[in-house]
Ligand binder design. Structure first.
Ligand SMILES: Nc1ncnc2c1ncn2[C@@H]1O[C@H](COP(=O)(O)OP(=O)(O)OP(=O)(O)O)[C@@H](O)[C@H]1O
Length: 326
């Protein structure tokens, strides 16, 4: 439903988006990740027709966003970064205005507004000027306008930015509910959001795609994938670390003391072998019993997305195919 091919945006000599390609199908929620300035908003603005590409193409439900812009825009809802404009309007007046822009009239407009208001729980603030609303409510007004015409494609720039934990949870539930029959792209800085709602994640750095896969595939690229962590309480001796390191199949060990606890993270030699991890947990548990350690936690690590993100986007280590002309 969304097809992007070699999409590029240059601002003068600076290339903000550098030939990126990907597609998003119905039922997919694509998490668009990248450090500040990576080119996420610029890409979203090109897909939604707010910026014209310098090269490459993008289409929404088969409509080219440049040559067939109106048809493409009809198919999509867009939540831009920040709050909606028209701050002196009330949410109700704003949504009525958006309904007119979307050519919704009469009963169809009323029911579209009622559905969007219910989905974003705006009932209590419908008559209050948008400028006087909290950041979270302003964000929800933006969400309501994006979903008003029930578009098959939704593009949301940091949809949970500024929301409190309860509101974040509600918005994630709303996105998950809508996901089955839509193609959705969300940009986010919140890595836990990727695991919570995204079926796929795409990481960009300096305008280029550096990773594209399911959250599980990305997490599996972590050096912690299949490592085993043991937290013990009380006084921990060098001898304990040495006993752990002497277990069969250990490649290396990390030691993190914190307060009255110490966490040992053990990296198995065959990093991708689940069976090695299971055997290792058993061996660690046996050793802890034998040594009479106070075990506070013992678990196999799925991997750490923040570490994968840092590894891929830190300028000195990013595995990008080439450097951007910044
Ligand atoms: N109109 C513009 N003129 C010049 N440079 C721009 C313009 N818009 C964006 N840029 C630059 O392009 C790069 C990408 O910006 P963009 O806003 O797309 O990043 P982002 O990934 O969305 O970042 P953030 O996470 O901070 O929102 C940045 O270096 C930005 O300064």
């Amino acid at each position: 439903m969304i097809a992007i091919e070699g999409l590029t945006k240059r601002f003068g000599p600076f290339t903000a988006v550098d030939g990126i390609s990907f597609s998003v199908s119905r039922g997919e929620v694509l998490g668009f990740l990248g450090p500040n300035g990576a080119g996420k908003s610029t890409t979203m603005k090109m897909i939604t027709g707010f910026l014209s590409p310098s090269a490459g193409r993008a289409s929404v439900c088969g409509h080219d966003v440049v040559t067939d812009q109106l048809a493409a825009q009809r198919m999509l809802g867009y939540l831009p970064e920040g709050a909606p404009a028209y701050g002196d309007m009330t949410p109700l007046a704003f949504l009525k205005f958006i309904a007119r822009v979307r050519a919704l009239k009469g009963a169809a407009a009323d029911s579209a507004i009622a559905n969007a208001v219910a989905a974003t729980e705006l009932q209590g603030v419908l008559e209050q000027p948008i400028d006087t609303l909290s950041k979270g409510f302003r964000r929800r007004v933006g969400l309501a306008q994006a979903i008003l015409h029930n578009p098959p494609v939704l593009i949301m720039d940091e949809p949970t930015d500024g929301l409190d934990p309860n509101q974040k949870h509600e918005v994630r539930k709303l996105i998950a509910r809508m996901a089955a029959d839509k193609a959705i792209i969300i940009s986010t800085h919140i890595l836990e959001e990727v695991d919570a709602i995204c079926t796929r994640a795409l990481i960009i750095d300096r305008g280029r795609v550096v990773a594209d896969g399911t959250p599980a595939e990305l997490i599996a690229r972590s050096r912690y994938h299949n490592a085993v962590s043991l937290t013990v309480g009380g006084q921990v001796t060098i001898a304990a670390a040495e006993a752990l390191k002497a277990l069969p199949g250990i490649a290396s060990i990390e030691i993190n003391p914190r307060g009255t606890e110490t966490t040992f993270t053990l990296f198995p030699m065959q990093q991708n072998a689940i069976s090695a991890e299971v055997k290792l947990i058993d061996a660690v548990a046996d050793l802890a019993r034998e040594k009479d350690w106070t075990v506070r936690a013992l678990y196999g690590e799925p991997g750490r997305l923040d570490e994968v993100f840092r590894k891929l986007t830190r300028s000195d280590t990013a595995d990008t195919p080439g450097k951007n002309a910044a």
